[in-house]
Every structure is written in C-alpha cells, then in structure tokens.
Design a protein around this ligand. Structure first.
Ligand SMILES: Nc1nc2c(ncn2[C@@H]2O[C@H](COP(=O)(O)OP(=O)(O)O)[C@@H](O)[C@H]2O)c(=O)[nH]1
Ligand SMILES: [Mg+2]
Length: 392
C-alpha cells in the first residue's frame, strides 16, 4: 500500500509573534481538512526571534502533533532559513512536497490545496503568480512599491530565462509562494552553494528547479498586505535580486557556451578580413580583373574562417559533444560548410542588398549589423546546437 504523501508547509519567522498563532490554528483547522489525500505538516523555522515567536510555537506543539520547529541561535536570512527548513522537512519529516509560505497571511492559506492538486496532477513545481488571471498585488501598494516589483520581476525573468520557453512561461519569478516536489528536485538541488541567503535565494531555487527540468504550473496568487508585525523586506533586496540573477545567468552552462561561440565567431571574422587582404595581394599579378580577384580572395578567406570556426567550436565550445575524425565528422562538416555559406554570406548579403535598395546606400553598415546579429548569429547558434553538435 502506498503511504499518504507528506506535504510540509515551511514557514520562516523572525518576529512574527503577532500572527503565527492565528496562522497555525487556521492551517490545522480550516486548510488541512480541505487537502484530501495529503498528510500536511507545518514546520516553523525560527532564529530565536527576540519577540519570542518560537515560544508561541512551542506551546502550540502540545495541541498539534504535526507542528514542528527548527530553532537556531543565529539569524540565517530568509534563504538560509529555507535551506534549513527544506533539509529538516526531507530528513526528519520525510516530505514528498515542501511549500514555501509566509506566516503573516500575505499568502492566502486557501491556495495550499490548489497547489497540492497541481502536484497530484504531475507537476513538479507549482508557483503562485500575481500576474495571471485571478492573481493580484495588494490593494495598499503604492506606485513605488508596484513599480519596483514589476521592473524587478521583468528583469529577473529576462536575465534568467531569455530566450528559453521559461521566459514566456514564468510570469512572476519573484513570487514567494511555491510548492516543490522533493524526489528528483529538492533532494537533488545543490543548496550548499547559494549566491544569496536573503531574498535572492527565491530566484536561485527557481533557476535550479528549472535547470533540473521541473514541470511547472502557475496558479493565481492574491497577495495581501501583512496582517501584523513589520516587513522584513530589506532596503538592499532589489540589489540582491539583480546581483543573484546576473551571477546565475553568467555561470549558466549555456551562457558559457555562447560566450565561447561568440569569441570564435569574432576570431573567424578577423581571419576573413586578414585573409581577404592577403589573398588579394597574392593574386594581384595573377588575376587582372579587380572584381573577380576580390571575389575569389574573399571566397578563399571565408572558407578558411569556416574551417577555423568548425575546428575551434568542435574542440572548445562543444567539447562535450565533440566529433571525432571519421565519416560522421566529414558529413557534419559538409553540412556546417553549406549552412555557413547560407547564414554567413547569402542571407546577410540579401539583407544588405534589400535594405540599401529600399532605404539608400548610406545604411549599408546598419544592414550589415542587422544581417549579422539578427540572422547569422542566432541561426548559427541554432544550427550548431540542434544539427551539428546535437546533445547525445
Ligand atoms: N527564520 C528567519 N525568518 C526570516 C528571516 N528574514 C525574514 N524571515 C521571515 O520570512 C518571511 C518573509 O519575509 P519577507 O518576504 O522578506 O518580508 P515580509 O513578508 O515583507 O516581512 C517573514 O515571515 C519573515 O519573518 C531570517 O533571517 N530568519
Ligand atoms: Mg511576508
């Protein structure tokens, strides 16, 4: 017989004595009876709050046997508190799902059953979103708070995920309300190395869950103003979020690959330019017609730069998918060569030709830039990844 899956609601607290009792009572009396098929437990992660939040929890533990407390002497930051809470939930409570939840009624408890339903449907990561139909920001938020929240969300979304499908899918990356599947995800995720132990950890967990291939569902989140106590949002939170997302993206394996690809591409361009001059000089006394001479010189230089691009990308950018000498390499190189001619010569030439035809000769350089950066680069990146050095 399968055991009832365990869902642990993890609530970090620092000076939340004003709302924690009401929250715990509410969860056990109103919310959990509505989560059929789940063994729901509450874990409060407190850092010895000066206002004695943990004492309130300790006294409630007599009444609720599924109420747990992880108490630490040192203030860990919200990220540090969640790492400790997730570990406790996995090791001591054998959690199948962990839910990140605010203890101050900013997250409506009625969303918990909705999130667990998503997990039961087979999703690995259910996110409360303020940006989809049915979701909302607090009525009391002023322009400044809203503005920062919107900009922060957009920047985080763009920096973390553009142009992958998660960029379009994850509408509210800075949301605090999330349900995560443990097996294959939270138990696999590296929680030892975090860029941020403050609010930025939210983006970090989000990024790591997507990198593990979590199936994601968004459910509407009606975000409220806190009912009691003071906000712990720190003044440096915006900076912390930006710093974290930039570091995550910069150290992303795909970004590193793209930087190598770009470097080699730039080098190939230099080879093309130098080669053109060298061959044009060498052929000076061989071919009389300047047009034919330069065209031939460029064809030879371009071919050398194509060979250089192929070789260096094979040895460096795509070293994990490296092609070794043999029939397959020759076949792939032929494809590479043909596609390079199309993406690097024919298509940008057409863009420059059509662009200057319509807008005038003075825009020649502009259309070269457009052709190279909007056609050659993305097309090559796509072909290299999907056709030439396809992941095994
Ligand atoms: N244990 C622990 N909890 C914290 C810490 N910092 C913030 N929290 C809690 O995390 C929850 C979310 O905080 P946050 O979203 O930053 O701000 P707030 O909801 O506007 O106060 C609150 O219930 C805080 O009490 C910390 O250092 N340690
Ligand atoms: Mg809160």
């Amino acid at each position: 017989m399968n055991k009832t899956p365990v869902a642990v609601i993890v609530i970090p607290t620092y000076n939340e004595a004003g709302s924690i009792k009401k929250m715990i009572d509410h969860l056990f009396t109103n919310t959990f009876p509505k989560t059929k098929g789940w063994d729901c437990q509450v874990l409060v992660v407190d850092d010895t709050s000066p206002d004695g939040t943990y004492k309130v929890v300790q006294s409630l533990q007599k009444r609720y046997k599924k109420l747990f407390l992880s108490l630490s002497a040192k203030k860990a930051g919200i990220g540090g508190a969640y790492v400790r809470g997730f570990r406790y939930a996995m090791n001591e409570l054998h959690a199948d799902v962990v839910i990140e939840f605010d203890g101050d009624f900013q997250h409506p408890p009625k969303t918990i059953p909705v999130m667990l339903e998503g997990i039961s449907e087979g999703y690995d990561y259910v996110l409360g979103s303020r940006k989809i139909k049915g979701g909302s920001n607090p009525k009391g938020w002023g322009f400044k708070r809203l503005f920062f929240s919107e900009i922060g969300g957009m920047v985080a979304r763009f920096v973390l995920f553009f142009p992958t499908k998660n960029f379009f899918k994850i509408t509210d990356p800075t949301t605090g309300l999330k349900a995560s599947r443990v097996k294959g995800f939270v138990d696999t995720m590296d929680m030892d190395h975090l860029y941020s132990h403050s609010f930025g950890y939210k983006l970090e967990f989000l990024y790591k869950m997507t990198a593990l291939g979590a199936k994601i569902k968004e459910v509407p989140l009606q975000f409220f103003v806190r009912e009691a106590g003071e906000s712990k949002i720190e003044p440096q939170t915006a900076k912390d979020i930006f710093r974290t997302v930039f570091l995550l993206r910069l150290n992303d394996p795909m970004t590193k690959k793209f930087i190598k690809f770009g470097t080699i591409g730039l080098f190939g361009f230099v080879i093309n330019k130098v080669g053109l001059d060298v061959f044009a000089t060498l052929l000076k006394n061989v071919i009389g017609s300047v047009g034919i001479r330069n065209a031939l010189a460029n064809a030879m230089a371009a071919e050398i730069s194509i060979i250089s691009n192929f070789t260096f990308n094979n040895l460096w950018t795509f070293k994990n998918e490296k092609l070794v000498w043999g029939a397959k390499l020759i076949k792939k190189f032929t494809t590479f060569n043909l596609s390079s001619v199309v993406s690097g010569i024919i298509l940008p030439s057409l863009v420059i030709g059509a662009g200057t035809h319509v807008f005038g000769d003075q825009y020649r350089f502009l259309f070269l830039i457009i052709g190279v950066f909007f056609i050659t680069v993305p097309l090559n990146w796509f072909i290299y990844n999907v056709v030439i050095w396809k992941k095994k």
